[in-house]
Write a protein that binds this ligand. Structure first.
Ligand code: RFL
Length: 406
């Protein structure tokens, strides 16, 4: 955070009720909610439009999030094009075990890639709702977010000039490495968890071998398959943290995936070119509270959850719904209750999902570190999912995020 720049009263300064920093799922959803209510806002994004529309990441969206987008007029293309999953499959002890979560909850997982969702949200915000979005901005700085006169400045990528924008609120939606989290005061608490493992994240130009998510618990390490479309599949392979993707040539990747996901009476995986290969060091963090003065954090800027349970984008959307609605209520109706309760309401679901992610991490990785005691308890947990209706119901509720108490 920096204090007010010397040109704070510059006549060239602009003014918007809300400046949103970051055009990911969180920032674009906030911007769309504001525009639908006729609230002016400015979205500042460091990447180009092509960059944000093509960056491959998430794919699984929970049904409550789909319905939240639909209620705000943001899901037309998603509803037309997304696939719906009603089951997932656990593979362990060389066998496949199907888990029919929709039978237990009545809800689905929707599969729609993050680049498609971001493309839809940019189009709706900029091209349909007439929102102002500036791509490629450099050196964004937040000024006095804890005052009642906050501002944001940035360098214009075309002219190289500094621009200043006064606002009433800043929505900090710029992910884990943005400027918003860095603007928090030292007293803001960040709680962290490090899993001590890595995942090699892969995107294959190949159809999934089954139209469901696969979780492979194998003594050699976890492997997962997440279908993205009929021609794209995301795979994960557990590896040491900090591993070099260059040590994973395609032949090694496919051999490990085939080995760790093998199950009797199931066909082998369909192989294809690997479009993305990167090692993710698995860790989580949560910032509390998610508000500092007039700076409201949303999405990965406020909390990171490793992609173990496919929850990060869902949490980003939950924050964005709450923040967008709360800003509209304040700016249009003078109702402060949404803004006052924003952080606490978001954090309910955030901590629930953090807990589920840790629980699932134990299931995924508990059989592979050579500790026979840990492997024994992990296999007991796995078997319980398929023998105890209460355990199955609890898992399904958390996997789909369907509890009413978030
Ligand atoms: P994003 O998407 O990171 O967007 C932040 C935006 O801010 C921009 N930015 C800045 N702009 C201006 N000034 C600055 N100083 C800036 N610094 C950064 C960035 O360019 C970017 O455009 O954050 P947001 O909106 O909070 O969304 C969070 C999600 O992207 C993230 O949680 C998910 O991708 C996590 N995740 C998954 N989540 C799910 O719910 N389901 C999944 O299936 C799922 N799979 C995944 C995932 C994340 C993955 N990786 C890469 C960690 C799979 C993977 C491999």
């Amino acid at each position: 955070m920096t204090s007010a720049p010397s040109h704070f009263n510059s006549p060239s300064a602009e003014r918007f009720p809300v400046v949103v920093v970051g055009a990911g799922p969180a920032g674009l959803t906030v911007g769309n909610i504001l525009r639908a209510a006729g609230v002016d806002c400015l979205v500042l994004e460091a990447g180009t439009r092509e960059f944000v529309e093509q960056r491959p990441r998430a794919g699984v969206i929970e049904e409550w999030a789909v319905r939240g987008l639909e209620r705000r007029g943001l899901a037309d293309r998603l509803l037309e094009r997304a696939e719906r999953h009603s089951e997932c499959e656990f593979r362990f002890d060389g066998r496949a075990h199907r888990f029919a979560h929709t039978e237990l909850t009545g809800r689905h997982h929707w599969v729609y890639s993050q680049p498609l969702l971001v493309t839809d949200l940019v189009r709706e915000y900029a091209d349909v709702r007439g929102g102002d979005i500036r791509f490629g901005v450099r050196d964004v700085r937040l000024h006095e977010p804890d005052s009642d006169r906050p501002a944001v400045s940035y360098t214009d990528p075309d002219t190289g000039e500094r621009r200043l924008v006064h606002c009433d609120f800043i929505a900090g939606c710029d992910g884990p490495r943005g400027v918003s989290r860095a603007a928090l005061p030292a007293r803001a608490r960040t709680s962290r968890h490090d899993y001590g493992i890595g995942w090699l994240a892969l995107l294959a130009e190949a159809p999934p071998c089954a139209d469901r998510v696969l979780f492979g618990m194998h003594p050699g390490g976890f492997a997962g398959q997440m279908p993205r479309s009929s021609r794209l599949t995301r795979y994960y392979l557990q590896c040491p943290p900090g591993d070099d993707p260059a040590d994973w040539p395609d032949e090694r990747v496919w051999a490990e995936l085939q080995r760790r996901l093998r199950a009797a009476d199931r066909p082998p995986l369909t192989e294809g070119p690997l479009l993305e290969k990167r090692v993710l060091d698995m860790h989580d963090y949560v910032v509390e509270p998610m508000v500092f003065g007039r700076l409201f954090l949303a999405g990965d800027a406020a909390h990171l959850v490793a992609p173990i349970a496919a929850k990060g984008m869902n949490l980003a959307l939950n924050d964005a719904f709450l923040l967008g609605d709360a800003l509209v209520a304040h700016l249009a109706e003078g109702d402060d209750s949404g803004l006052d309760g924003y952080s606490a309401r978001c954090l309910r679901r955030v901590w629930e999902y953090q807990d589920f992610s840790r629980w699932l991490a134990e299931i995924f990785h508990g059989v592979s570190d050579g500790d026979s005691y840990r492997a024994g308890t992990t296999l007991a947990r796995l078997r319980r999912l398929f023998s105890s209706p209460a355990a199955a119901a609890a898992f399904a509720e958390q996997y789909l995020g369907t509890a009413d108490t978030y």
